[in-house]
Ligand binder design. Structure first.
Ligand code: DC
Length: 221
């Protein structure tokens, strides 16, 4: 395997990106970068600063003054201006606000810059929505994960339930559909597979099966 390997994992919410990317990173001994966490940190800061989320200029100004650091140890903490926001960025309010903020070109420009800097640190697997198309167009391997809307909603519901947040499955499904629509229809870096991405449908497959498949693909690179 190439010692500087770059793997891009994209796909909609609940397709299994982070679970799979984390497991692949562990097996290969490479960095995992969760780019969604960066957009979430900006959304959280916007909500906390009482900046109206439709004030693009104010959000853009704030992004320039924000420091986001991802910890690459197994704990995978996320820091925003020095504060550990790992749990706070998973709140449903943040999930609701994040797509709006992620559509602002000024936010994307700054975060893409940070993401490319992370990728320069060495071999990396990065997940998001535009990694194969925008952030790392020269990635050695591009995977686009999908799953049926029912399975994706159920996975996200379970994740929230396990972290003590009880929402109805319907609520989760509706939030997810709204987010997918916003992410797919935005003008800048919409959620679409790169032309050279391998599309993997994870419906009904175990994490282990998908991870094995990706590891096999990296062996030839
Ligand atoms: O993967 P996630 O659910 O944590 O992502 C949160 C939001 O951030 C999601 O609605 C889309 C946006 N996002 C993005 O636009 N581009 C990325 N590379 C990663 C996430």
């Amino acid at each position: 395997m190439n010692e500087q390997i770059k793997v891009a994992v994209d796909g909609p919410a609940g397709a299994g990106k982070s679970t799979i990317a984390k497991a692949v990173a562990k097996r290969l001994g490479i960095f995992y970068v969760d780019t969604g966490a960066m957009y979430r940190a900006i959304a959280l800061k916007t909500l906390r600063s009482n900046i109206p989320i439709d004030h693009e200029d104010e959000v853009g100004q704030m992004v320039q003054e924000t420091e986001i650091v991802l910890d690459h140890s197994d704990a995978r903490r996320v820091f925003c201006d020095g504060e550990d926001v790992t749990e706070a960025i998973r709140n449903p309010e943040v999930s609701r606000a994040v797509s709006k903020i992620a559509a602002y070109p000024i936010v994307r420009e700054r975060l893409v810059q940070l993401q490319r800097r992370e990728a320069e640190r060495g071999a990396v697997i990065m997940d998001g929505r535009d990694i194969g198309t925008v952030v790392l167009p020269q990635a050695d391997l591009k995977i686009f994960l999908t799953a049926s809307p029912e399975e994706r909603a159920y996975r996200r519901w379970l994740e929230l339930y396990n972290s003590g947040k009880e929402l109805s499955l319907d609520e989760v499904k509706q939030d997810m559909q709204r987010r997918d629509k916003q992410d797919s229809e935005r003008a800048v870096a919409p959620l679409i597979p790169a032309a050279d991405a391998l599309i993997l449908d994870t419906t009904g497959l175990s994490v282990q099966e998908i991870v094995d498949q990706i590891i096999k693909l990296t062996a030839d690179l």
